[in-house]
Design a protein around this ligand. Sequence first.
Ligand SMILES: NC(=O)c1ccc[n+]([C@@H]2O[C@H](COP(=O)([O-])OP(=O)(O)OC[C@H]3O[C@@H](n4cnc5c(N)ncnc54)[C@H](O)[C@@H]3O)[C@@H](O)[C@H]2O)c1
Length: 394
Amino acid sequence: MTSGSGTPDRALKVAVVGCGNISHRHAEGYANTGRTSLVGVADIVAAKAQALAAKYGSRPYGGVTELLAAEDPELVSVTTPPGSHAEIAIEVLGSGKSVLLEKPPVLSLAEMDAVAEAEQSSAGSVFVIFQHRHGSGAVRAADLLASGALGAPQVAVCETLWFRPRSYFAPDWRGTWVGEGGGPTLGHGIHQIDLLLHLLGPWRTINATAVRLDRPVEFEDVSMASVVFESGAVATVINSLLSPRELSRIRIDTTGGTLEVGHVYGYSDADWTFYPVPDASRASKLGLDPGVRRTDDSQLETDETDPWTASAGKDVPSNHDAQLNRLVDDLLSGRTHGTTLTSTRPTMEFVTALYASALTGDPVHRADLTPGHPFYRALHGDVPQSRISEAFKT
Ligand SMILES: NC(=O)c1ccc[n+]([C@@H]2O[C@H](COP(=O)([O-])OP(=O)(O)OC[C@H]3O[C@@H](n4cnc5c(N)ncnc54)[C@H](O)[C@@H]3O)[C@@H](O)[C@H]2O)c1
């Protein structure tokens, strides 16, 4: 039996491990699909598991082991701090279940490969939350760029200009490699970096700088990278926690026009624009091509609609609901869900390369990031903290 949408009429059994802030987006997102049953939630702090279970009608457990012993979920959201993701994912995969990891999925390429190895010998699969791939704007942009309808990408800008005051770093675990795993490159900018790579395809080389200008952290509070893609396109990327008027922005100039999205923590269709490349007469009228003689204004009118405007459909904002709805739909109908551990590896490679380049002063090629690379096991590359502090000074 299937529902009107073609999805089988049954509920997907889901669970949540880690009952802090973001767990509510998962519990709520699953409930909003109307096609899941939240069979259990777990947290090492009993009161947190109890509170989430009470709010969303589930059963509380003291940890992932206890949860898996008592329940039979098909998909387990891992919403614990990033340092525990790999270990919990490997345990869930060991029981044959699928995992949905919050971003950042892991803290190193070594951890990513350990989870991938566990996935290979499991009946379960690994998916990753990168909700900004799943709003209707990004789905449309990815499709149109892949088909060539928007032209070939040439130049891009990717900005995560966010603000975290000094007080944000008051908890002991914040601001440390052990507690947070990295600075705004890993914890904040990773959302736009992932979307940029999702839209532009594989990157080839990164040259980066990271600095600690103000915040009490072991790592950077601002990082910058220049990137060359396999396609030949180039991009600049900046990640900041010092920017009071916050902005998340991706701009891609193609041979067909400029595609741009500007938002902070989530976009709607209205946050995207496409500016088609002007033809010679329009360019002349706009003053963009002084070499071409101006034409009669009446000839500039066109009733052609550009491919971006023509492809507009239902507005799906980029939030947890967007990805969870799609994931549940995909799993219930046996389709593959695109945001996998494998498809997010280039993003972790990018983050690794940014730190490696910033700390060594050398460019990093994606092909170099093999298990023998000095930054494969840790984003700080085991560089002594005194040298990191020196390298990140302006
Ligand atoms: N996608 C997004 O937009 C987004 C936004 C915020 C946070 N996040 C990510 O979500 C994750 C969690 O962040 P948060 O802000 O909810 O953190 P949080 O500190 O509020 O919650 C984490 C919870 O995990 C529990 N926990 C820790 N270790 C555990 C373990 N081994 N087993 C079970 N429970 C454990 C803690 O007790 C805590 O309740 C992080 O990876 C973070 O980067 C994603």
